[in-house]
Ligand binder design. Sequence first.
Ligand SMILES: O=P(O)(O)OC[C@@H](O)[C@@H](O)c1c[nH]c2ccccc12
Length: 378
Amino acid sequence: MEGLVSFRATAGVPFYGVPSLMHRPAKSSICRLLPIAAMDLHAKERKLSVSCIRAQQDWELGMYQDEVAASQGIRIRRRPPTGPPLHYVGPFEFRLQNEGNTPRNILEEIVWHKEKEVFRLKEKQDLVVLRKALQNASETRDFVGALKAAHERTGLPGLIAEVKKASPSRGILREDFDPVEIAQAYEKGGAACLSVLTDEKYFKGSFDNLEAIRRAGVKCPLLCKEFIVDAWQIYYARVKGADAILLIAAVLPDLDIRYMIKICKMLGLAALVEVHDEREMDRVLGIEGVELIGINNRNLETFEVDISNTKKLLLGERGQLIRQKDIIVVGESGLFTPDDIAYVQEAGVKAVLVGESIVKQSDPGKGIAGLFGKDISL
Ligand SMILES: O=P(O)(O)OC[C@@H](O)[C@@H](O)c1c[nH]c2ccccc12
């Protein structure tokens, strides 16, 4: 169905949407960060700026970000393409809604929304401000170390327990949602780390939740569960108390993942790189510095959940390479029972990321014992 989605006065400045994002494909987010990164005076960061300049040259070979992404098999477009030319009717131009400028699935919709959200946030608090705030930030906690320690202690996969109020696929999971209470219950129940959703529109999460949990004295390292499309968000997550961030391979081209991982190392954050299929796994296995790979059993484009996905992606040479590289694999989504945990452990994961099945329990801490079939608290 065709329809009018945006219009503007012919002679004036556009008054609807964020035209710079909507109408013109931009280049890598990292490159957009460059002018500020290049101002940096610290030796460590200066080294990064040099690599960023090299990255910028790569991007400048003539391909736009979405073209680079498509060449790597990434189906999620970062921004709406331009669509058909504007039409003129009287004093207005208008654009026809078509397949090209309508998101094709929920992940694409989330990412398009996120780009605009980040654009606005950056205007309020630019990188220079964030970097100042970082000077007073406390040390990060060892996310990967906590997972390994829990695995060694219990002989079971280390648990990343997710503080999750809602999701686009499941709706509201818990009405009486007190993020700090849930986080404390998870910690008491034996979680190694916590994942805190910060996306407001689609998951009813917030950065306030992340900050509140950190301030409440929870000791578990915290994963900021966000849709990262711009390196600025990594700094923001760090300022708000994260110890780790998520990078989704279905959204980010290899070059972005590579440099975002470098930024994480510089800031003392762990990066959980999420894959969903073999192609994404192979891309990520080719990226230097990856320590933590999450296999999502939920397809973020269709919402289908299948825990055999974890097993499929760890078979044969891929599993071997992962063991050689000493990468920790996290089994993500759709885990409800001790049998599910045993199944993904057998497949080779040393950690799991669980939300729905434990957040829905009246005592989420006891929910953990139910999930593992035994009490895993100290
Ligand atoms: O609630 P579940 O099915 O246990 O899933 C948790 C977690 O894996 C899921 O929330 C998740 C995995 N990857 C994501 C990326 C974005 C948002 C959410 C997610």
